[in-house]
Design a protein around this ligand. Sequence first.
Ligand code: URA
Ligand code: SF4
Length: 197
Amino acid sequence: MNKKLETIRQNVIECTKCELSKTRIKSVPGKGNFQSNVIFVGEAPGKNEDENGEPFIGIAGKKLSIALEEAGISREDVYITNIVKCRPPKNRIPNTIERSTCQEYLKKEISIIKPKIICILGNTAFNSLLGGSEIIKFRGKLVRKDDQLYFLTIHPAATIYNQELIRVLKSDIVKLFHLITELKNNKEVQIDIDYSS
Ligand code: URA
Ligand code: SF4
């Protein structure tokens, strides 16, 4: 494992910088391949993640794995993390203070891994990273902001009781890896939204 990421991991495990540290069982550092071309960013750990200290290992995580398989990608190939690293009580949406306190970890993960694309999973990550809302209207799009590319898709948890949405997630993930292949081959990709100043 990458040394700097290992340091972040340890810092997250021991972190008490926000209120969520009081109610969590385990904090959940990001996990995966530090040479990945893509970082997936979810919202916050849920029950299973809180108990085990690993991101996306519950039902939502299973949906993410299924969508990755559709694109011929294994979870070990990519890096997966969350906006906040500790579970909010009753899985409520993390508040602004918790998100801003935790963001230094995500910023560091991004600056070490330097992904070609950050894949935003759902509204909380969309709002926290790009100030957006209503991801369902913007999903499938490639965004540029300050020399970083972002790809927008729905949260895997949204697909749990909705067969239509699992098809949406799968086709978005296939598109994401198609874009990554184009970027690796130095091909031009179409930017759908440009937030750069
Ligand atoms: N949902 C998330 O947003 N993140 C996880 O790690 C698990 C479920
Ligand atoms: Fe620290 Fe983030 Fe956990 Fe808050 S959510 S205690 S900032 S790791």
